[in-house]
Design a protein around this ligand. Structure first.
Ligand code: ZN
Length: 247
């Protein structure tokens, strides 16, 4: 293939723009915020699950506490009723009196046992509620960090996208000035060689694969006309000659 030396040189500019676009795409894909957001998102979900578990524990304890309070109320009511009967002097038989007093004693013990149980539950509940508050605080903090990180990601995306648009525009203008066959060859080689289709020949070295030319290639390249499109024997990329090529 033949192409004007100027067009060949502009191929290097096109390569620089394409490489810049590749770097922008890579930066967009590998932005550290993306992984951070993923981890924070998982943490918020995990904390949400933990919160539901602890809330359930708290409401179970709450039900137990209410049941104990109802039991305590029953015992109190019964005790009051017995005490009223006693105070009213309605009980005359000594045996009935003794029964009543012993019932009051046993109700007192029952009340005290139930109150101890309630206290124990209240202490457990306090621990559970403290834990619940800690989890809710942690979820809130994590959600805040998440939204700050999302904001940072979006700012970075906007910068990258603006850069990308600008570079794409330049690329398309430059590509429009190149002959179709040269451009097609460049695209084909670039696709096959990790995004680099054209490389500078610098001091007898291909800047695509970094391998130095052998004597045969040097001889061949020296005798080639300036409009011959050269290819690296090692990597197949288009080699562009400049005054620094060492030929
Ligand atoms: Zn090469």
């Amino acid at each position: 293939m033949k192409a004007a030396p100027d067009d060949q040189l502009r191929l290097l500019d096109l390569q620089a723009l394409d490489s810049a676009l590749d770097r922008l795409a890579h930066r967009r894909r590998t932005l550290p915020e993306i992984e951070e957001i993923d981890a924070l998102d998982r943490k918020v979900t995990q904390l949400g699950g933990d919160i539901v578990l602890v809330e359930t524990e708290d409401s179970d304890l709450g039900r137990e506490q209410s049941k104990l309070e109802a039991d305590i109320d029953l015992v109190r009511t019964r005790m009051q009723r017995d005490q009223q009967r006693l105070d009213a002097g309605q009980v005359s038989s000594p045996r009935e009196l003794e029964n009543l007093q012993s019932e009051i004693e046993s109700l007192k013990r029952r009340q005290s046992d139930l109150e101890d149980e309630e206290l124990e539950i209240m202490e457990k509940r306090e621990v559970v509620q403290t834990r619940l508050q800690e989890l809710r605080d942690e979820r809130e903090q994590t959600a805040t960090t998440l939204s700050e990180t999302e904001q940072r990601r979006d700012t970075a995306f906007a910068e990258i996208d603006a850069d990308h648009d600008k570079t794409t525009q330049q690329r398309s203008e430059l590509a429009g000035t190149l002959p179709d066959d040269l451009l097609a060859l460049y695209e084909k080689v670039r696709d096959a060689h990790g995004g680099v289709g054209a490389a500078r020949l610098y001091q007898r070295r291909c800047e695509g694969c970094r391998i130095e030319l052998n004597a045969t290639d040097i001889g061949r390249f020296r005798s080639a006309g300036p409009d011959a499109v050269l290819r690296c024997e090692e990597c197949g990329r288009i080699l562009v000659r400049t005054p620094d090529s060492g030929l």
